[in-house]
Design a protein around this ligand. Structure first.
Ligand SMILES: *Cc1c(COP(=O)(O)O)cnc(C)c1O
Length: 379
């Protein structure tokens, strides 16, 4: 049957599972905490058009976070009424685009706040970022009182509209006591800073610090927003810790067997001759490769589901194709749909599992699925 997309390598994104994950995250949060859906990097590779439409529409999400201005403007077109926060850097000369699109910019210093306001005739909305231990961006001070004093000065910058303060945790995805204590200190610093600001007569609508890991493991009613990213898509902040029941992956990655061959012992498979068959084997060629974002680091390591059975990759993953051992699946034929990420029968391969095979995290696996792979949305 012809499909509106090429049935070669494609990603299926389940909108019902996305909605279900949002429902579970809402349950985790305190009544006063709203979800700020993190949809940077094309919604972690899931495609922001349909993801944002679903989140803003049926899910009723009002807050979104992105990494940059281009993403913010794209989300603005999809969600005319949402609050959209840019977590990362925008060159100050674009301040006019920030305010013109009613975007909220993360502000990391007094100088940056002033530069933004110099470049915009309209008010620039912002949340002020505090570095409490991530060591990435934000105001860094020894005490909450000093930090609050500087925030108060920034709030006074002409043309700036500060609506919140926030920070980012470095190890909220760890249950090691030392790491837990570290995160405790980060949380205490931001909430104390907020309280100091109140003492100075500044009561901002937002203070937020929860990411996915904190939302799962140390949910706090003090955070007015939970900046949930990876758990929206059903993956683990850290593979070694379970996530709440019902949060399941939203994306599956599929491809097709183009050819099946029986080869005798001594046959070399793929570039570099890294694999030679030791006995007769059935080898299937699959229509996906590293240009689709299926990492070459999975060469001779990864497994793929064929008719509900795990089949190992043999030899190197090529740019557009790879080979697998289907000796144990005699029914496998050309045209079979195979599952690289997702469930087939009783077996399931998650992006988190793939990531652990080649030493990365599920985040990188889903973000890395390339543009060439059409995203298909299933209801
Ligand atoms: C990416 C990001 C998040 C979301 O992180 P997850 O681990 O995916 O929940 C939250 N806050 C900031 C500042 C980020 O950069």
């Amino acid at each position: 049957m012809m499909t509106p997309y090429l049935k070669r390598a494609w990603a299926e994104v389940s909108l019902p599972q996305l909605r279900k994950n949002i429902g579970i995250i809402r349950e985790l949060n305190a009544p006063g905490t709203e979800i700020m859906a993190v949809v940077k990097a094309d919604a972690y590779g899931h495609g922001y058009d349909r993801v944002c439409e679903c989140l803003a529409g049926e899910c009723g999400i009002k807050y979104f976070a992105v990494s940059n201005l281009d993403e913010a403007i794209a989300v603005r077109e999809l969600c005319p009424d949402a609050d959209i926060l840019i977590l990362g850097y925008t060159p100050p000369e674009y301040a006019h685009e920030i305010s013109g699109n009613n975007i909220i910019q993360g502000v990391v210093s007094m100088e940056y706040a002033q530069a933004l306001c110099k470049n915009s005739s309209e008010k620039v909305r912002c949340h002020i970022k505090i570095d409490t231990g991530m060591g990435r961006i934000g105001l860094r001070y020894d005490t909450p009182a000093e930090c609050a004093a500087e925030i108060a000065r920034i709030c006074g910058v002409e043309g700036l509209s500060a609506e919140g303060i926030y920070t980012h945790f470095a190890v909220a995805d760890s249950d090691d006591p030392d790491n837990v204590a570290y995160t405790d200190r980060q949380e205490k610093f931001i909430t104390d800073t907020y309280d100091e600001l109140v003492k100075l007569g500044i009561k901002l609508p937002h203070v937020h610090f929860m990411n996915s890991a904190a939302t799962c493991y140390r949910n706090s009613a003090r955070s007015t927003l939970s900046r949930a990213g990876i758990i929206i898509y059903g993956l683990h902040p850290d593979i070694s810790l379970d996530i709440p029941e019902g949060l399941e992956p939203v994306m599956e990655l599929k491809a097709v067997i183009s050819q099946v061959k029986t080869v005798p012992a001594g046959t070399c498979i793929s570039y570099g001759r890294t694999f030679t068959s030791e006995h007769e084997m059935r080898i299937a060629t699959v229509t996906i490769g590293y240009a689709d974002g299926y990492s070459r680091l999975l060469s001779s390591k990864g497994e793929i589901l064929v008719r509900g059975k795990r089949c190992r990759i043999v030899g190197r993953v090529c740019m557009d194709q790879l080979m697998i051992d289907v000796s144990d699946v005699p029914e496998a034929v050309s045209g079979d749909i195979v599952t690289l990420i997702g469930r087939d029968g009783d077996e399931m391969i998650t992006a988190d599992e793939l990531a652990s095979v080649y030493g990365t995290i599920g985040y990188e696996v889903v973000c890395g699925i390339s543009k060439r792979v059409p995203r298909i949305y299933v209801e």
